[in-house]
Design a binder for this molecule. Structure first.
Ligand code: GTQ
Length: 323
């Protein structure tokens, strides 16, 4: 017969023992744990409004040159995290002014750009020129050379999504500067591996809406080579919400950041009510029920990026609808 043993020890004995363990850098696992019944995010739901972000991006361009700032980037900061928007993924606003470049480098972190403002700027990815227009998705997968340029006469502003917090946690980060400020590059190609024009996504969403099956209208951006998620650590989606549409509340084991390409509405994320408008950004922590409402009179487009491919690769992914 196996039994649970009950040993009576004095507080003094325990204190002495724990102090010895501390000095020896050993921790008793019966205090504290570290295993939770379900995921408990350190992050909180939060929305950053474009009306606040845009003037500060423009101000950054007045105050800081691209010679000083290798990337002129504002990091959206979750109120409960250190300088990052979500647990594994950052969401940053980058601005490149007319005539400026952001010089060439590469790093282990994978990055995406969702263009918010400006047309005709470009990113050079491994020697290929990738054009930018509002709503376009541009990928710079890990360890790809990339530099940004703006030859136009208006600012280029975009949302950067990177997996750098994940890479840092894994202690797998490398970084290298290119031997020139900019890469020599070829002209743009059709169906670039790194470029997903919003014009194509919008047309596909409108086709789905016209079929009117009553289902949610959501598309995943597919890696053109593998057919899987766009990058090994990041999946991207775009959802169209019809006027008045409200989605089912759902939660998933992954952290997700949203960008409002266009439209107005709100999302209830856990206990938080987040109002959003054109070009706002909001974050949904892991395992937190989330539902979206389009409260406007035009279709709303929500772009999102998440670390779901990481969870799936590690057999940690789950999702459920609210009963
Ligand atoms: O454009 O390469 O937001 O290296 C942060 C780090 C963007 C970039 C960021 C970066 C970049």
């Amino acid at each position: 017969m196996l039994k649970l043993t009950d040993i009576q020890s004095s507080p003094e004995e325990l204190d002495t023992y724990y102090a010895q363990l501390r000095a020896q850098h050993v921790t008793p696992a019966w205090i504290g744990g570290g295993i939770t019944v379900e995921p408990q995010s350190l992050a909180v739901p939060y929305v950053w409004h474009w009306r606040d972000l845009r003037p500060q991006a423009m101000r950054a361009a007045e105050l800081v040159g691209t010679a000083q700032a290798e990337r002129r980037v504002l990091r959206l900061t979750n109120p409960t995290l250190p300088g990052i928007a979500s647990n594994t993924l950052v969401a940053n606003i980058q601005i490149v002014m007319p005539g400026e470049i952001a010089r060439a480098h590469r790093h282990s972190g994978a990055a995406l750009r969702l263009i918010i403002e400006g047309k005709g700027g470009y990113t050079v990815v491994n020697g290929e020129r990738v054009p930018m227009a509002p709503g376009d998705l541009v990928l710079t997968p890990n360890w790809s050379w990339h530099d940004h340029a703006n030859d136009t006469d208006t600012p280029m502003i975009w949302l950067d999504g990177l997996d750098t917090p994940l890479v840092r946690m894994l202690e797998a980060g490398f970084y290298e500067e290119y031997h020139q400020d900019r890469q020599d590059h070829n002209p743009p190609v059709n169906a670039s591996e790194w470029h997903y024009p919003m014009s194509e996504m919008r047309a596909a969403l409108q086709r789905l809406a016209a079929a009117n099956t009553g289902e949610e209208i959501v598309l995943e951006y597919k890696n053109r080579r593998t057919g899987g998620p766009v990058m090994s650590t990041i999946a991207c989606h775009v959802q169209m919400l019809r006027p008045g549409e409200k989605t089912q509340a759902r939660r998933r084991v992954c952290c997700t950041n949203y960008h409002v390409v266009e439209g107005a509405g709100n999302s209830v994320v856990g206990d938080e009510w987040l109002d959003w408008n054109d070009k706002d950004v909001f974050t949904v922590p892991t395992w937190t029920f989330c539902e979206h409402v389009n409260s406007g009179d035009r279709p709303a487009l929500l772009f999102s990026f998440s670390d779901a491919p990481v969870m799936q690769a590690l057999n940690l992914y789950r999702d459920e609808s609210r009963p």
